[in-house]
Design a protein around this ligand. Structure first.
Ligand code: GDP
Ligand code: IMO
Ligand code: MG
Length: 453
């Protein structure tokens, strides 16, 4: 049990560090874990570790575009929709209303877990208000990306944008509750498929889709998933009243947030911590700690601005060492130096109390490491991330260079045992972001994690 909290920021911090609310038992509280970069920061690993002391793990945004890796012994799980707490048998798992549910992928996940003797029976709860991703959403995603050509967003083609568009548009949407009444569902699908067919033919000259085929799949989904569909907002508030410990699992990262990220190269949900309350019906005042997950460098998949990108041998080195290939699509991730402007921004808008920094081990062997602490835009230095794409395209990064270290970190168990330069690097990240680093990853395994408390 850890009951004190004492992380000293490096001297000379330009930012006032907001005191966290942390008192008492680290685990007997409600935490929200979110990504502070462009996704793939290592949220799955952090959630899996914290789930050990949680009663309920809640996914609240995104869909099967997410790929959260959890490593348990020699077994690796790549979870797309299932909360990362699922691998721990006693933990309840909730899919909140903010998630767009792909039943096909989700059923596959339940079955894959079952094959590994992990049963979701009696501990899985899907919001009746969560919207449903069906085959025509994935088709629409693919058709649109193809039509955009060089202007494409580089989506995961998991139907995310089209499903959220239908949610916002309201008239052509299916929610999980609709699986409870197949006759009404069929009537809705007739209307939706007719609309989509007109749209796809006009815009993309596409072949029509068959409503009966879509409906046949839905019957299978209903059969397998209806028992899990419920009022999850009620479930979560009852859990809070019963004194249970909740863990909220973000998907994607703050810079992919629809409103606050690098629009239009974002996903279609509020992927920052700001999406948590709306995505599950629990207000932020019920969250004791907001933990922002970062990598010790930066990665991005898909198109869009990336100021610290190293499209060179340094980027390739990070990609090779960090195994930076997408969990969902297998695409090579773009890699670059740590961007403190990005993380300071995402920590600020997300009310982040502390950072979990993954992949410190990946930087071993670098002679020098660069950290971006500010940008120059039109000759003016700023440390506040610009939200306008045009401004962002003009950014020149201001780097400070710090010495690297050669030692392999993968067996280091406590902060004091890290090489001095690795500790100094952590201090640099704290200084440029203004947020303390309390958890450090030195490898993908649970045991390869350092807690600074
Ligand atoms: P998520 O989407 O944020 O859950 O992250 P992903 O699972 O997509 O990508 C993170 C990758 O880094 C996964 O392959 C993890 O197993 C791996 N990983 C997590 N933490 C560490 C770490 O501290 N060091 C190393 N080397 N790998 C890590
Ligand atoms: P996790 O939860 C990294 C990116 C896609 C693309 C953009 C839009 O594993 O961190 P979408 O399919 O959502 O319409 O694609 O967002 N993207 C992610 N990148 N990690 C993710 O999730 C992502 N989810 C979406 O690559 O650039
Ligand atoms: Mg991922």
């Amino acid at each position: 049990m850890r009951n004190s909290y004492n992380v000293q920021l490096a001297q000379g911090s330009r930012y006032v560090f907001k005191a966290t609310k942390i008192t008492g038992n680290l685990y007997n509280m409600n935490c929200c874990v979110t990504g502070l970069q462009w996704g793939d920061e290592g949220k799955g690993k952090v959630v899996d570790i914290l789930a050990d002391k949680s009663d309920v793990v809640v996914r609240y945004a995104g869909g099967a575009n997410a790929g959260h890796t959890v490593v348990v012994g020699d077994t690796k799980f790549a979870l797309h929709l299932m909360p990362s707490g699922a691998v721990r048998n006693g933990v309840e798992c909730v899919i909140g209303n903010g998630v767009v549910m792909d039943p096909e992928i989700f059923i596959q996940e339940i079955e894959n877990l079952q094959c590994k003797n992990i049963s979701m029976e009696g501990r899985l709860f899907i919001s009746e208000n969560a919207h449903t991703v069906l085959s025509y959403h994935k088709l629409e995603d693919a058709l649109r990306e193809k039509a955009l050509g060089k202007d494409k967003i580089g989506t995961t083609i998991r139907g995310i944008g089209p499903c959220y568009s239908d949610k916002i548009g309201r008239s052509y949407a299916i929610r999980m509750a609709d699986f409870r009444n197949l006759d009404e569902l069929y009537q809705k699908l007739v209307k939706i498929v007719a609309y989509k067919n007109k749209l796809f033919a006009a815009l993309y000259n596409a072949e029509p889709i068959d409503v009966d085929q879509v409906f046949e799949s839905c019957k299978v989904y209903a059969d397998k998933l209806c028992k899990y569909i419920t009022n999850t907002t009620k479930k979560l508030h009852y859990a809070i009243n019963a004194g249970k410990s909740l863990l909220f699992e973000g998907a994607q990262g703050a810079l992919l947030d629809l409103d606050h990220g690098t629009f239009p190269f974002v996903t279609s949900s509020n992927a920052s911590a700001l999406g948590m309350a709306a995505g599950c019906g629990v207000p932020t005042k019920n969250v004791d700690r907001f933990i922002g997950v970062i990598k010790s460098y930066t990665t991005r998949v898909g198109a869009g601005p990336f100021p610290t990108e190293q499209d060179n041998e340094i980027g390739q080195l990070i990609r090779d060492k960090g195994n930076e290939y997408g969990t969902t699509t297998g695409r090579p991730r773009r890699c670059g130096w740590f961007d403190g402007v990005v993380v300071k921004y995402s920590a600020t808008i997300g009310g982040i109390d502390e950072l979990a920094m993954m992949h410190l081990d990946t930087l071993s062997g670098m002679k020098e490491i660069k950290v971006c602490g500010s940008y120059i835009i039109d000759g003016v230095e700023t440390d506040f991330f610009p939200s306008d794409a045009h401004e962002l395209s003009k950014v020149k990064c201001v780097y400070e260079t710090v010495p690297g270290w050669d030692e392999d970190l993968s067996d280091v168990k406590d902060f004091e045992s890290l090489p001095a330069n690795a500790r100094a690097y952590v201090a640099t990240v704290e200084r440029v972001t203004g947020v303390p680093v309390t958890i450090i990853g030195v490898g993908p395994k649970r045991s390869q994690t350092i807690f600074r408390t």
